[in-house]
Each structure stands twice: as C-alpha cells, then as structure tokens.
Design a protein around this ligand. Sequence first.
Ligand SMILES: C[S@@+](CC[C@H](N)C(=O)[O-])C[C@H]1O[C@@H](n2cnc3c(N)ncnc32)[C@H](O)[C@@H]1O
Length: 258
Amino acid sequence: MAEQRATAAGGMETSYGFRNVEDGDKQPLVDAVFHKVANRYDLMNDLMSGGLHRLWKDAMVAWLNPPRRAGWHGLDVAGGTGDIAFRIVEASAGLAAATVLDINGSMLAVGQERARKRRLDGNVDFVEANAECLPFGDETFDAYTIAFGIRNVPHIDTALAEAFRVLKPGGRFLCLEFSEVEMPLLDKVYEAWSFRAIPQIGKAVTGDGEPYSYLVESIRKFPNQSNFADMIRRAGFERVAWRNYSGGIAALHSGWKL
Ligand SMILES: C[S@@+](CC[C@H](N)C(=O)[O-])C[C@H]1O[C@@H](n2cnc3c(N)ncnc32)[C@H](O)[C@@H]1O
C-alpha cells in the first residue's frame, strides 16, 4: 500500500482517507460519513472487527480503572453511541458520571437512546461539540477518553491541547485508536480484510461502501504508535505509554497531566 502514514509533524488535517483536501474541508466530509452510518454504527463495528472492538474497549476501561466514588467525572470525546461512557459508569458500580461529547448529532441521538434503555441516563450526559474547542472550563474532568475518534479530528494537536486544558491536575488521558500492525503475517491478512472486505460488508449492510473506504483509509493514514506518543507528549502529558492489542491493530495510549 503506497499511502504513507502521517507523522508527528502533521498530515491528518488535510487527509480525508487517501484524498488530500484543503484545510477546513475534512470535518464536513467526516460529518457526512457519520450521519450516514449512525444507525448501523454499532452493528457494523461488530461485523468489521468480529466483535474485537468490545474487548479493546473493555481493556481501555480496565486500564482507566474508574474509582467507585461519586463525584468522579470522565469526559469521553468523539464518544458517538456511548460505548466507553457506559463502560465507565458500569465499572464504577454506577457512581461515576460521564459526559459523551461528539460533533455529530446523529451519533449522539443513537447514544442517548441506548443510555435511556440501559437506565444510564442519570449518569451520562451528551454534548454536541467539537473536540478542537471543548465547551468546558479548565481543569474540569478527572479523565479524558477518546476511542476510535482522534483520527477523524482534523487538527489533532488542537484536540490534544484541549484534552490537557480540561483535565484536572493528576488527570488521566487515554486514547484507543487503530494503529500499525507489528506482526509480519497479520499485517497482510489485516490489509486484505480492511481494503477488500470491509467496504463490501458496508455496502451489503448499508447500501453504501464509500463511508467504509474512508474509515479504512483513515486508519492507514494515522500516525504509528511512537509518532502518536510524541504528539501526546508535545501536548504536555507525562508518563506517556501505550499497549498494543491484537498485534497492533489497535493501540491504547495513556498519559497523565501532572
Ligand atoms: C469511529 S466513531 C467512534 C465512536 C465511539 N467512540 C466508539 O468507539 O464506538 C468516531 C466519532 O468521532 C466523531 N468526531 C469526528 N470528528 C469530531 C470532532 N472534531 N469532534 C468531536 N467528535 C468528532 C464522529 O462524529 C464519530 O462519532
């Protein structure tokens, strides 16, 4: 695959999948994708990952280890249909609060309905806003999480600076994202699955393969584990570390505001 990954020096702001776009044009294109896929988003996640996304999300919240105490408040950015926020509340035995923030009202509407059905709407609130400009004061949250979201945000450095700003001192940053596969045979299988099968499955299930081509291409463009760790450090986070899942198909980056 000829397309090169973006690096810590940038590149994601003007790449919509493998297409180069003007700075400022990426976000509306991304928004159109998620408006289209919102209603089938959770089903497609299971089909595309064979259910693995559930295990990776469980691992994320296990590493976060939210305390069983009222008053603890997590912000889940690009939180979409609520998977991470729900897990946080459940892991805290129903004591923590979580805010799901997403730029896309269609994704949030699905999330709100799911929260209501799970009776989690007392602990979880939903905010429609941009990760690049968070509508919260400085030092508001105990943790900032973002799962499979950051590669869709055009200006990643701005989003990371905002994460740092809204966290309390001692707050935790965790980012789950597709990353660089580090196992020689798996990378070939994964590439074939991603570029051949996923858009076809998307087309069969939703009638339109294009949004899934974007999702796959954006995964291939995202900076690898160590470059992304550099970006997190540059935003001011300390003790930055990551764990690979499934050979690096996904990676979970952690940092602290100390
Ligand atoms: C792949 S989904 C991830 C949803 C959820 N976190 C999960 O893991 O299932 C990516 C989400 O990022 C959101 N998003 C894209 N750009 C954003 C931005 N600038 N600010 C906030 N959310 C954004 C999309 O609307 C979409 O809901």
